[in-house]
Ligand binder design. Structure first.
Ligand code: XIL
Length: 371
């Protein structure tokens, strides 16, 4: 794969595009780029998704369904920029089954239809978590046996509903504490640690072809949490539990870039697992300034490069792509500006950094692990 493409001099249409940010310097009448001898560097006029394809890498975003319905600019960018989509909220239990036994697939199905129209993959998010559960479940007084039946049914029904439509599922989300102990969730309390193997088996029963992921935050680097997870998935693999991948969420701040992410992803890769960056965003204490935006680009780039460097790191997903619709200000007081485009959909340095990484990295890598 060539690192960049050269076009013959005199190609007027191409010479008016910017090198990395179409739209920034791409105004008609802008001066031509200086030539490289008889040839000229061709601008990167392709989307993140298209650039990712050259590496067999899905490039995705979480999708906010209200923004998708109400904001044409948002919708257009979701359609054109990404090759993979994740439901930011609408595949969570509280949305899918607001009353016991009464499913509402409307919004999730709308996302699936949108992705199909635009030939995009779907990452399913999320089957088992301790947040965004329906009240009937968290407030109900169920025995261990009942809870087990409820969880099994939720996984079976949901995975079956999306069979053939979702390429991979985040089966289990955020089951560890920072010190590497198991998080004390209702699932651990009611079912004991064996629930982890069970939920992967149940998902596999419902769709033997879909890829099954464990997903968590603060597991980008080698640390007590990622090491505890490493030990667990090693055991699960040894026992033949159907687990295929580990998703590192990638919720970061501008103050710190991962330092051992290549090494960390590599050890999961050696276990025969795919990896993915599933929820990248890089927040900052507001207001934003040039230095923070540059640091942000660096953190995004560190994560994407680690993924590109790792065989079988199959996708890189950002948790929203515009500061206009971000979960960060609502969850982290005083912080924001965590995405790659600003509130007016203008490219930030982080967007250019991701494009550059995808354009400059070597050729296609291995596809996901089999089985
Ligand atoms: C967040 C959504 O972005 C918010 O809109 C919602 O209010 C709360 O959840 N880890 C995850 C995601 O796995 O599902 C979370 O998404 C962010 C943290």
């Amino acid at each position: 794969m060539r690192r960049f493409i050269v076009a013959a001099a005199g190609s007027l249409a191409l010479s008016t595009l910017a090198f990395v940010s179409p739209g920034l310097a791409g105004a008609p009448g802008a001066p031509a780029q200086p030539g490289l001898g008889a040839e000229r560097a061709q601008p990167i006029d392709r989307s993140l998704g298209a650039l990712g394809k050259r590496h067999d890498l899905g490039v995705g975003t979480a999708v906010d369904m209200s923004a998708l319905a109400d904001d044409p600019t948002y919708r257009q960018r979701v359609a054109s920029e990404f090759s993979s989509l994740t439901a930011e909220n609408v595949m969570k239990w509280e949305t899918l089954e607001p009353q016991r036994g009464v499913y509402d697939w409307t919004e999730a199905d709308r996302l699936v239809a949108f992705a199909r129209e635009n030939r995009q993959r779907i990452r399913g998010h999320v089957l088992v978590w301790h947040n965004q559960l329906p009240a009937w479940l968290t407030e109900g007084d169920f025995s261990s046996g009942e809870m087990r039946g409820i969880l099994r049914k939720h996984i079976h029904d949901t995975v079956r509903h999306f069979r053939g439509k979702v390429a991979e599922w985040d089966v289990l989300n955020e089951a560890f504490e920072e010190d590497g102990t198991l998080r004390d969730t209702i699932w651990l309390q009611k079912l004991g640690p064996g629930y982890i193997a069970d939920v992967f088996r149940w998902a596999h029963e419902a769709d033997p072809r879909v890829k099954l992921y464990y997903n968590d935050y603060n597991i980008e680097d080698v640390n007590p949490k990622s090491t505890a997870l490493y030990k667990l998935v090693k055991e699960l693999k040894a026992e033949g539990v159907p687990i295929h991948g580990v998703g590192v969420q990638g919720h970061q701040t501008v103050n710190y870039a991962p330092t051992s992410m290549v090494q960390n992803l590599a050890r999961f890769n050696r276990l025969g697992l795919d990896t993915a960056v599933t929820e990248a965003d890089v927040r900052m204490v507001m207001p934003a300034d040039d230095i923070k935006l540059q640091a942000q680009a660096n953190v995004y780039s560190t994560m994407l490069q680690a993924c590109l460097y790792t065989p079988h790191c199959t996708s890189f997903t950002v948790w929203g792509f515009t500061d206009k619709y971000s979960w960060v200000p609502g969850w982290f007081e005083g912080e924001g500006a965590a995405n790659i485009l600003d509130e007016n959909f203008r490219a930030k340095p982080a967007y250019d950094a991701l494009r550059m990484d995808l354009a400059l990295a070597g050729g296609p890598r291995h596809r996901g692990h089999r089985g």
